[in-house]
Design a protein around this ligand. Structure first.
Ligand SMILES: Cc1cc2nc3c(=O)[nH]c(=O)nc-3n(C[C@H](O)[C@H](O)[C@H](O)COP(=O)(O)OP(=O)(O)OC[C@H]3O[C@@H](n4cnc5c(N)ncnc54)[C@H](O)[C@@H]3O)c2cc1C
Length: 389
């Protein structure tokens, strides 16, 4: 799973997304997806950044396989659209706990140093942290284990964990990320996600270095639950190695990544604004201009790898790329007729609403019910009542 260059694993090109979709075998996915070495798609960086949207994924899959609503891969794509449904209804409410935490502990609002360095002494956690830094990707189970350990066993506020992991994940997407952290914490549904060393052993597959027998998580669920609901904070395991230095997170594109081409004249031209969540960047306008708004990136900084993943595609697809404050971009784009895909990312959403008369709706495969569905099962019941497959 690990590689010296994460972009070898995730080439920043639409063809790479298409190849991943072509490789999906829905039956094998359903059978093996829980295991670290199962046949998961690793499609999420491409979906998050809009190289490809969920309806195209389903359409491409449907050309090769007979798909049913009950297929696991379809339901997982449904989860993604469910989280975006929640975001539409709650807006910035996704950044706050929907329910109280499950214990009276004083949850820390920063990440402990040993976790940041992958030096907790619990192999599953240290392996997950290193994989996050080295690849920008984590299997769903690894995300669950990491989040559960951080929140329930180390008593860190889920928001600190969510912002930290978001910056390194190539697929970091505020709705699935923050809502999943809340789901693990128990502040979304009231039920926390807990795990132990047996659970890791069952799902580690043949991947070496993740099993964690003989560590603090090697106990029964009753004990894990007792710790989670108490104020107890597990210490790092003794005799721990020093770990790794966390890679930097950047509030602006690292030096040399932003293309320096002269800006063509924009007056009266139809310009497609290509923001980081719309990298399919259709060539249906006179010009394509990449746009990066500084306030968002100050609030949610990205790893150098993630900047590379976004900017490589922008450089390839766009006539120019702009990074700056909203007013600076306004001044440059004043005379252009702009079109763009909608996004809910804070700062971008408000700026696009002013800049573009009517943004194109984010393509969805499943209906977005007008009434807020407080759980995935309610959302899914509504989809099943009028199934698109
Ligand atoms: C703590 C935590 C944080 C997460 N943060 C993110 C995030 O920032 N961005 C993100 O896209 N997903 C996130 N997820 C959901 C899920 O882990 C990833 O979507 C999935 O692991 C991506 O890998 P994959 O493409 O190989 O998934 P696959 O299992 O191959 O699934 C195919 C596609 O379905 C969607 N999908 C699958 N599982 C989920 C899920 N549980 N929720 C939402 N969509 C899903 C993704 O678009 C994914 O690409 C998070 C989960 C947890 C527990």
């Amino acid at each position: 799973m690990q590689t010296a260059d994460p972009l070898e694993l995730f080439p920043p090109a639409p063809e790479a997304a298409a190849a991943r979709i072509a490789a999906i075998d829905p039956r094998a996915y359903a059978r093996t997806r829980n295991a670290l070495d199962g046949q998961v798609t690793r499609l999420s960086p491409y979906v998050t950044h809009g190289y490809v949207h969920v309806p195209e994924v389903v359409a491409q899959l449907g050309r090769r396989h007979i798909l049913r609503l009950q297929d696991r891969i379809v339901a997982e794509l449904g989860w993604r659209e469910y989280f975006h449904h929640v975001w539409r209804h709650l807006g910035d409410g996704i950044f706050e706990s929907r329910r109280p935490p499950i214990s009276d502990a004083a949850y820390a609002d920063t990440m402990p140093d040993d976790i940041l360095r992958g030096a907790t002494g619990v192999p599953v956690i240290d392996a997950a942290v290193r994989a996050l830094y080295e690849t920008g990707y984590l299997h769903n189970h690894a995300r669950l284990w990491l989040a559960s350990y951080v929140v329930h066993l180390r008593k860190v506020d889920w928001r600190a964990g969510a912002v930290w992991s978001y910056g390194y994940l190539l697929d970091g997407d505020l709705a699935p990320n923050h809502l999943s952290w809340q789901w693990v914490a128990g502040t979304l549904t009231g039920r926390p996600y807990l795990f132990n060393a047996d659970n890791v052993s069952r799902n580690a597959g043949q991947v070496p270095g993740w099993r964690s027998p003989g560590t603090a998580i090697d106990c029964g669920y009753d004990e894990i639950e007792r710790i989670a609901r108490s104020c107890e904070v597990l210490p790092a395991e003794p005799g721990t190695h020093p770990g790794v230095t966390p890679p930097g997170l950047f509030a602006a594109p690292p030096a040399g990544l932003l293309p320096q081409a002269d800006l063509p004249s924009l007056a009266g031209r139809r310009v497609r604004l290509v923001h980081p969540w719309s990298l399919a960047a259709p060539g249906d306008a006179d010009l394509r201009i990449g746009v990066l708004l500084a306030p968002f990136h100050r609030r949610f900084p990205w790893s150098a790898t993630r900047w590379h993943f976004v900017l490589a595609r922008m450089r390839e697809a766009c006539d120019a790329v702009l990074f700056g404050e909203p007013a600076e971009l306004d001044a440059v784009l004043a005379a252009a007729q702009c079109v763009a895909l909608e996004t809910r990312n804070p700062g971008y959403a408000e700026w696009l609403a002013r800049r573009v008369p009517s943004c194109e709706a984010l393509p969805r495969f499943f209906d977005d019910p007008p009434q807020y569905c407080t759980s995935f099962s309610r959302f899914w019941e509504r989809i099943a009542a009028n199934p698109p497959l």
